[in-house]
Ligand binder design. Structure first.
Ligand code: SAM
Length: 289
């Protein structure tokens, strides 16, 4: 009974995404010079309306931005800019039940049994890896596409992998629709469906890696594909007890590689959807040891 409900819910979400007509360009295309105001709510909304965005969602984006600042989930000017330029509501539009809740401090159901992470978590995880323009960034767990949308405002070299084939296809379709609409920053995102445990060998090495599904160890292939001097952020721990770690990879003068780990929430448990495993074309269990 439970299973039937899940399947039809998923089908409905997939259909909702497919039937929506392609939009004409209504948003001012991206440029690295776009500079949303950070002084007042009114100025930000007026500026965003000038880009062609909805004032109601702009107001919600501003209010969430203020909450992220107060909670120290976001602090650098480049990540603040990325947050203010990203229309979370578009990534939540795949499920009518969450569309208007896009800026809530919550994980939200995007179908296929997975979630879109909340803005506080996405903000902190993005800010922690401190992406510089030109850097190569790999995300494991595309999901709604929102986290990589932030990355696309920080570098033109964003890569993202999703294991669930229809979800990977749906999110790629959404990026393409948004590019047509004028959010040309999403041209910076290369996406594919695969098991992210093995990284993206052909595109490696990466300056930064962001993992958005939980696992009990750091996958060796991901560590190997991280450049020396690079940073990874990843939820690590047994199910129900994951902590979000910043992992730094360093190379000594003698060529030896070492890593350091720091909990970005000072010990707080943050649970994620599992880091699942692909066998052939089927998802079977997870990668926990
Ligand atoms: C918390 S959710 C999505 C978060 C996402 N970054 C967002 O902004 O919506 C984590 C995602 O990781 C995906 N995932 C789980 N295991 C994976 C794997 N082995 N490789 C790639 N993606 C995986 C899930 O299917 C899910 O979509």
């Amino acid at each position: 009974m439970k299973r039937r409900t899940f399947v039809s819910g998923t089908a409905a979400l997939a259909t909702a995404a497919l039937v929506r007509p392609a939009s004409a360009a209504t948003i001012k295309p991206y440029s690295w010079d776009l500079s949303p105001p950070t002084d007042t709510r009114e100025n930000f909304i007026a500026w965003g309306k000038g880009r062609g965005e909805d004032p109601t969602f702009l107001g919600q984006r501003w209010d969430r931005f203020q909450a992220l600042l107060r909670n120290k989930d976001i602090w650098s000017p480049s990540t603040i800019r990325a947050f203010l330029l990203t229309p979370r509501e578009e990534f939540a539009s795949v499920n009518p039940a969450i569309h208007k809740r896009a800026y809530e401090h919550n994980f939200l159901d995007i179908g296929y049994g997975v979630t879109m992470s909340g803005p506080h978590l996405q903000g902190r995880m993005t800010n922690v890896i401190d992406v510089k323009r030109g850097e190569k960034v790999l995300e494991i767990g595309t999901g709604s596409g929102c986290q990589s949308a932030y990355i696309a405002n920080l570098t033109e070299n964003a890569y993202t992998i999703e294991i669930i084939k229809p979800l990977a296809d749906r999110t790629r379709g959404l990026y393409d629709k948004l590019i047509e609409k004028g959010y040309t920053e999403y041209q910076h995102i290369k996406s594919k469906q695969a098991d992210g445990y093995y990284g993206w060998e052909e595109a490696a090495p990466f300056d930064k890696i962001i993992v958005t599904c939980g696992i009990d160890h750091v996958p060796p292939p991901l560590l190997q594909q991280l450049k020396a001097g690079g940073l990874m952020v990843i939820p690590v721990g047994p199910p129900g007890a994951q902590r979000v770690l910043k992992v730094a990879k360093m190379q000594g003068a003698d060529g030896s590689i070492t890593t350091s780990r720091e909990d970005i929430y000072g010990g707080k448990i943050v649970n994620f959807v599992p880091f699942t495993k692909l066998e052939g074309d089927k998802i079977v269990g997870n990668h926990n040891r």
